[in-house]
Write a protein that binds this ligand. Structure first.
Ligand SMILES: [Mg+2]
Length: 493
């Protein structure tokens, strides 16, 4: 077998031992919002951080929180920040920071605040209503900052821990300034290499290496697809990380680079999708006319990329984790199809599986409550008509006794139904809280806000053709799989 970089190495399929299940278990499934035929995809692209490289979120948060707190103290913040308590799993993706009031919000698809915390204390529903009832929250304005990436989670951890640590009763902090300082310090820690340097020094601690990754990439290549890497990370860090992730995985591949036909680092997404920056080859000053296998490029732009590769936009599948940087921009600026990696799915599916009976019970309680309320309204209107009859109609004694008895029976029935409804509502409330807590102890499911989609859930549904919790779930599907989205039905169908 040729060891050259330019040939498509083929393993006998039996070497890939994993059978293709008719349907993988829920936790390994790829979920589909819009039909996608994998056999029509010619080019599969991957983001690196949080897509191919799955970070250990707890360790990552700890690392960036400690680096950030140190930089905050250097900027003149009190030293208590070096020892402040914090909860790494406090935030989820899709939250908004209200820089005016120092609150963290979760919004539903219509951008109404459904849950709010100040520091790490949940606002009571009165407090929340006082600030946000009837008002749509407008992300993208000066007042609100959205947390779209898993990197962004540590901004919220530091911000809310600092609010807890510095706020005194009756004293207001300049939350806007505080949040900007937190962000500046985190950015600095990323830029000056404090964070990435530490990760590179101890990869096993910070990165969950998935042993199925080489086989997954190989499987796509074996079916004739070309692969590319498109990451914002710098070339050196990309090299270190990719080596760790796939080198030595399959003997037929000499190095991580042999899996990819094109490698682009420091791509500056989301600008990559709309700007006109030229491609540069790492280690060469020559003008880039073609993207060659075996070289590493930086910068570049979508239009040149598509022209040089000569592939139709809808024949490209891009796999990434960032809703704006990877998925939304790819969707808006190109015809690229998208597979979004959502690490949070692992816990979500796990909770759904563990609480399947409770979820079922919740739905049944909801239906039962609506039925009872219908019955209640019927009896109440009947009761009113009997009241009117007793007041106005002339009737003989026997008839009056009968009507009064009927009214009494109805009143009792109304009372009975009311108490049943109260019982159901109490049980519903308890169950709902238990389930919310199972999804996430502070915020509930990232995809839902009460019975609505959350704004994050809505973005996933709108922009990601497919979504799943890890790249290697692709290994469970044929490289020619036809992913089918839910058939849309209108209310009358
Ligand atoms: Mg990423």
């Amino acid at each position: 077998m040729s060891q050259s970089d330019s040939t498509q190495e083929l393993l006998p399929i039996a070497d890939l031992a994993l059978p293709i299940d008719a349907e993988p278990p829920k936790s390994r499934r790829i979920y589909c919002n819009r039909d996608l035929r994998l056999d029509q995809v010619e080019l599969v692209g991957f983001d690196m951080d949080y897509t191919l490289a799955i970070y250990n979120q707890d360790e990552m948060d700890r690392l960036s929180i400690e680096a950030t707190a140190k930089k905050m103290v250097e900027r003149g913040y009190p030293e208590v920040l070096l020892h402040m308590p914090y909860t790494t799993h406090f935030p989820i993706r899709g939250l908004l920071v209200d820089k005016r009031l120092g609150n963290i919000l979760k919004t539903d698809r219509y951008r109404y605040a459904k849950k709010a915390f100040h520091g790490t204390r949940e606002l009571t529903s009165e407090e929340r209503k006082r600030h946000y009832a009837g008002k749509r929250v407008r992300p993208g304005t000066k007042r609100y900052h959205s947390i779209d990436t898993l990197y962004g989670l540590s901004e919220v951890v530091v911000f809310s821990a600092t609010v807890d640590a510095l706020e005194r009763p009756g004293e207001k902090l300049d939350y806007g300034q505080l949040f900007e300082d937190v962000r500046t310090c985190i950015d600095e820690a990323h830029r000056d290499g404090t964070i990435k340097g530490e990760i590179a020094r101890d990869l096993p601690r910070y990165v969950d290496r998935d042993p199925d990754l080489p086989a997954t990439l190989h499987k796509l290549r074996s079916s004739g697809k070309k692969l590319f890497l498109l990451t914002n990370s710098e070339p050196e860090y990309t090299e270190t990380m990719m080596r760790y992730l796939v080198d030595g995985g399959l003997p037929e591949y000499r190095s991580w680079q042999s899996y990819f036909d094109v490698v682009i680092a420091e791509a500056r997404k989301p600008k990559f999708f709309s700007n006109g920056d030229p491609f540069e080859e790492v280690g060469s000053d020559a003008k880039v006319e073609e993207l060659e296998r075996g070289s590493v490029y930086r910068g570049g732009n979508l239009a040149d990329f598509m022209r040089m590769l000569g592939v139709r936009g809808d024949r490209v599948l891009y796999v990434g984790d960032h809703i704006f940087g990877d998925v939304l921009r790819a969707k808006k600026e190109s015809a690229w199809r998208t597979l979004m990696i959502i690490q949070e799915m692992t816990e979500e599916l796990d909770a759904m599986e563990r609480y399947v009976d409770e979820i079922d019970r919740l739905h049944r309680l909801e239906t039962r409550r609506y039925d009872l309320l219908d019955g209640l309204r019927d009896r109440q209107s009947l009761l009113k008509s009997l009241d009117r009859k007793l007041e106005g109609d002339a009737m003989d004694a026997t008839e009056r006794v009968e009507v009064e008895a009927a009214r009494l029976r109805l009143r009792r029935a109304v009372e009975r139904i009311r108490s049943q409804v109260r019982g159901i509502e109490a049980e519903y409330g308890e169950l709902e809280e238990k389930l919310e807590h199972a999804y996430h102890p502070f915020w509930g499911s990232p995809f839902k806000a009460e019975s609505e989609l959350s704004s994050f859930g809505e973005q996933v549904e709108r922009y990601a053709c497919l979504y799943t919790d890890r790249v290697t779930n692709l290994l469970r599907y044929s490289a020619n799989h036809y992913f089918r989205g839910p058939r849309h039905r209108m209310a009358h169908e």
